[in-house]
Design a protein around this ligand. Structure first.
Ligand code: SF4
Length: 318
């Protein structure tokens, strides 16, 4: 599962981390059980993704849920290429200088969405600090292509932070995705070691702006736990997200992709995830997903239905 080398190019996937000492994380507890790919549609999902020449975060981030998700044809597309201009300490996506954008990628994503028969599709991307608009127009083209090919499919975008890309966020919001997701990833005190290229308050503000511009769009954000944060810091993040009007929070266990990545400081027990879920609901989130293997896009389709139902129920109570 762990990818240390880019096997085609035979070079490190994360050149900026190559000099770091190994940082072992210790044995995974029993509750982190990764399911092997089942017989279902796994092979067909793989074929469709490959035939359209697409990247997925499922593969690139070594997601532990790939066996489960791909067996039910649920893949999360990663657009704007396979190379990220940031160098986050938790992430397995390849880093370096990206290639030029593929202008056909939006249509290929739409075709693959239709072939997989997705009722709800999640589209994420690498960071593209090298592009003037951070890749916003490519997100817009992808949303439009999906809508044209599959008008009944709901669209969730999981975007980068568009730091120093004026107007980029507004462009994506104007394309009216059903869900706008941007992950905070961790607590503010860990941004420097974990997410050095990002700014915590910029990310919170980005989510707040989405609601200001278009309150009909659901907003969503996620954090990983086990990176060294305290419980009170997690509560602070929840409060910050609620202040920004965020509807849905996801909380999952951080897993170390390679020995050169940030180590797991602690494996959080399932009961603690349940407790965080209760606190998050008490703080007013419409939806909370909190478990060791929770990931942003895990069960995204079912969660979207529940999110919609929760909003309807809330409006009826008002
Ligand atoms: S949880 Fe998301 S990233 Fe992981 S395999 Fe499922 S769809 Fe892909």
């Amino acid at each position: 599962m762990v990818v240390v080398l880019d096997t085609l190019a035979k070079k490190p996937r994360h050149p900026e981390k190559a000099h770091r000492p190994d940082m072992p994380s210790g044995r995974k507890p029993d509750w982190i059980r990764v399911r092997a790919p089942g017989p279902g549609a796994f092979a067909e999902t793989t074929k469709i993704v490959r035939e359209h020449g697409l990247n997925t975060v499922c593969v690139e981030a070594s997601c532990p849920n790939i066996g489960e998700c791909w067996a039910v044809r649920h893949a999360t597309f990663m657009i704007l290429g396979d190379t990220c201009t940031r160098a986050c300490a938790f992430c397995n996506v390849k880093t370096g200088l990206p290639e030029a954008l593929d202008p056909h990628e939006p249509v290929h994503v739409a075709e693959a969405t239709a072939r997989l028969g997705l009722k709800h599709v999640v589209v994420t991307s690498v960071d593209r600090d090298d592009l003037d608009d951070g890749g916003a127009d490519h997100f817009v083209q992808t949303i439009r292509a999906i809508r044209e090919k599959s008008p009944g499919t709901t669209v969730e975008v999981l975007t980068p932070d568009f730091l120093r890309k004026d107007g980029a966020l507004e462009q994506v919001v104007a394309a009216k995705p059903d869900v706008f997701n941007h992950n905070l990833e961790t607590v503010p005190s860990l941004y420097l070691p974990v997410r050095p290229g990002a700014r915590y308050f910029h990310s919170v503000r980005l989510l707040q702006r989405v609601k200001e511009i278009d309150p009909s769009i659901f907003t969503k954000s996620g954090i990983m736990v086990g990176l060294g944060e305290t419980r009170n810091e997690i509560f602070q993040v929840m409060d910050d997200l609620r202040s920004a009007g965020v509807d849905f929070i996801t909380i999952g266990q951080y897993l170390q992709p390679t020995l050169k990545h940030h180590p797991v400081i602690r494996y959080v027990e399932p009961s603690e995830f349940e407790s965080l879920k209760s606190v998050a609901y008490a703080k007013g989130f419409l939806m909370v997903s909190s478990s060791p293997l929770t990931r942003s896009s895990h069960h995204a389709g079912e969660d979207f239905e529940r999110l919609r139902a929760a909003r309807t129920a809330q409006l009826e109570r008002m």
